[in-house]
Design a protein around this ligand. Structure first.
Ligand code: ATP
Ligand code: MG
Length: 377
């Protein structure tokens, strides 16, 4: 820490002391000379004669004058610092009263200016924190509004069908079964929505702690694809896994990665059923591994591409078809990629819809502040 202010105070004390001494010397010589002159010229009892052979009263007078000269000089020299301290304290009072737009001008280069700079930085940090808090409050409210809406729709029809089933009108067995099936499907949909929401809020509000370990990403993906086998069969899709390396160990949270690719493959099956084929491609270099999931068929309009990763966003066409999504899958996927310090992007044209995830092979959780240093492609 610089001690510039200390040094300045000491310098000012020395200045003031020197000036006080000079004034004293000047006074003592001149006044005693005047006293002698008065005595020699017969002015024995005069005021000036008192200074010729000073008594204790005169000494006290000299001392007091010295102190006065010292104090006044010192205060004058310190005037600037005093004004600055007053400014800083006024700013602190403003900040304490809640005015976070207060800044203190940083002038000079001493303890006070660094104090002012620290205050400014502190206020800036508090302001950022509050903005973040406000933003998170806003997203939370938005989430609740959306959820309330999405929960109500299936619930209304569940209640409607249950009322029909338990109503006074006797239904034949076939109708009964049909209604029960619909109710069951809607209830399942509710369950999925609630599960997704839990997953999303947990990820989004940092309630999930990452468990990072060594994961063979190629094994993970081929296992995942195998698990999807019945779904591929059902949609009459074929799939292919391509990789430029036979196995690749990366540092990541395996469960989260499984969830990420589960969402992407699920989407490829759901929205690419017309395309007959799904391709998962892995490309590794020294630092990064890039995984792309490609499906064919429906092309996503260009202007919608950047919106896909927003929560609850669904492309118009899929909203109307009965694919039963909630629009959280890609928001969850992006969250997971962000947590790993990676990027996720999408392109879509007649050559296919491609979701590309780029991850660091040697991910270091301690370097990551849950931000996204590379930005999203
Ligand atoms: P959820 O995954 O939560 O069940 P969802 O699939 O509708 O619901 P997202 O996974 O976030 O939600 O996808 C958002 C939208 O992006 C989808 O509704 C769909 O319109 C579009 N989309 C996503 N993946 C593809 C894809 N592979 N091909 C075409 N459109 C896609
Ligand atoms: Mg999805």
């Amino acid at each position: 820490m610089s001690l510039r202010y200390h040094t300045r105070v000491i310098t000012h004390i020395i200045y003031s002391a020197i000036l006080a001494c000079l004034v004293e010397v000047f006074l003592v010589t001149n006044l005693s000379m005047a006293g002698r002159y008065a005595v020699e010229n017969g002015g024995e009892g005069s005021l000036a004669a008192m200074f010729y052979q000073p008594d204790s009263l005169v000494v006290i007078l000299y001392v007091l004058t010295g102190i006065a000269v010292f104090t006044i000089t010192f205060l004058l020299l310190q005037r600037e610092s005093m004004a600055y301290i007053t400014k800083i304290s006024a700013a602190m009072q403003n900040i304490a009263a809640g005015d976070l737009n207060t800044t203190v001008e940083v002038t000079g280069d001493d303890e006070f200016s660094s104090m002012a700079a620290n205050i400014n930085q502190m206020v800036e940090e508090i302001r950022e924190l509050m903005d973040k808090e406000r933003e998170s409050e806003r997203t939370k409210n938005e989430l609740i509004t959306n959820v309330a809406h999405d929960l109500r729709t299936p619930l209304t029809s569940i209640i409607g069908y249950l009322e029909l089933l338990s109503g006074p009108v006797k239904l034949d067995a076939e109708m009964q079964e049909k209604y029960i099936n619909i109710t069951y499907t809607k209830a399942k949909r509710l369950q999925k929505l609630i599960e997704d929401l839990f997953g999303f809020t947990k990820l989004n509000y940092g309630k999930i702690s990452m468990r990072v370990s060594k994961v063979d990403i190629i094994k993970l993906l081929s296992q995942l694809l195998e698990e999807f086998y019945p779904n591929f069969m059902e949609k009459e899709l074929s799939y292919e896994l391509q990789s430029n390396v036979p196995s690749l160990i990366i540092t990541a949270d395996g469960n989260l990665l499984a969830r990420l690719f589960d969402n992407l493959i699920n989407n490829a099956i759901k929205y690419g059923a017309e395309g007959k084929r799904i391709l998962v491609k892995i490309k590794a270099d020294e630092e990064y591994v890039t995984v792309s999931v490609t499906n064919y068929g429906y092309v996503i309009p260009k202007e919608e591409l950047p919106l896909l990763f927003e929560k609850f966003y669904r492309v118009e066409q899929s909203r109307s078809t009965d694919t039963g999504g909630t629009g959280l899958g890609l928001a969850i996927a992006k969250n997971i990629v962000d947590m790993h310090g990676g990027t996720i992007g999408v392109t879509s044209d007649l050559d296919g819809t491609v979701f590309t995830v780029k991850l660091q092979i040697h991910f270091d959780i301690n370097k990551e502040h849950f931000g996204n240093p590379g930005g999203t492609a």
